[in-house]
Design a protein around this ligand. Sequence first.
Ligand SMILES: [Fe+2]
Length: 342
Amino acid sequence: MKFARSLAFGAAALGTLAGSTISASAAEALNIYTTREPGLIKPVLDEFTKETGIQVNTIFINNGLEERIRTEGENSPADIILTVDIGRLQAAKDYGVTQPVKSEALEKVIPAAYRDPEGHWFGIALRARVVYASKDRVKQDKITYEELADPKWKGKICTRSGQALYNVSLFAAAIAHMGEAKAEEWLRGVKANLAKKPSGGDREQAKDILAGVCDIGIGNTYYVSLMRNGKDEEQKKWGEAINVILPTFQGGGTHVNVSGLALAKHAPNKANALKFMEFMVSDDSQRIHAEANSEYPVKAGIPIHPTIASFGELKADNVPIAEIAKLRKKASELVDKVGFDQ
Ligand SMILES: [Fe+2]
């Protein structure tokens, strides 16, 4: 059993065990499968090890995390799945690679809208999907998502692929607000306003704004902080070229998504995993996480990164993200139907 659950760590692994084979059920171990950039989560993991003595082994898997755990089956060394976007968290649940958790500590800190009603996943931080607006060319400081379809923006909007996780979730939220028929009309309107074929990531939209390709882009909040405060001089310029406007749905708020975690179905170190999940909503880890990732802490009263705070007060939309998760498939079909990426 020990052998079957052992795990070869590749170059992407964090910590001191890279290149070696570890036993997944060592007394004080915790195995995290994650899609997150190692640099972003390391400060929190280090703090966890410092406070508990539990050694954390991390495997970075960008694509196919759920499939991999399912293939490993009962022998999977995975204890925790740490990922971003409701799309990925829900996929883990749908793949049957998670198990429910009942925890007062988690339920007390995380508002019901940001966790699975059955306890299969929990949001630990929030990100908003917002408008990047050219400092030079956009004078307004308010906007609705609905307005993105207004012909006044014809040829002026940039975004990444409509099928990108973050956009599918945003469009799913649009369906929740407008209904399917109106959402389709809206998405056709947004598509008609695009300055160019969707491409790149969120940061590239800021780059295109600086280059004068478009006036507004759609992007997540934390990228603005990562661009402005990072070491890349080019990206600093992209980040400085834009203002962030927190858009709202008519009759709603700003679309937010989560980064979050789940307990793996066959977690060999379940007690440690539960300790980790509760640690992730402690004041310490929420503060470190908010600082390192520039996400909004899910816990009330934890300071928001100054760059993120400078965007103004976030009025989060009222549609529970579990509802958005259910509409993602429809949203993805709509993207194809309107030829958004063509
Ligand atoms: Fe991202």
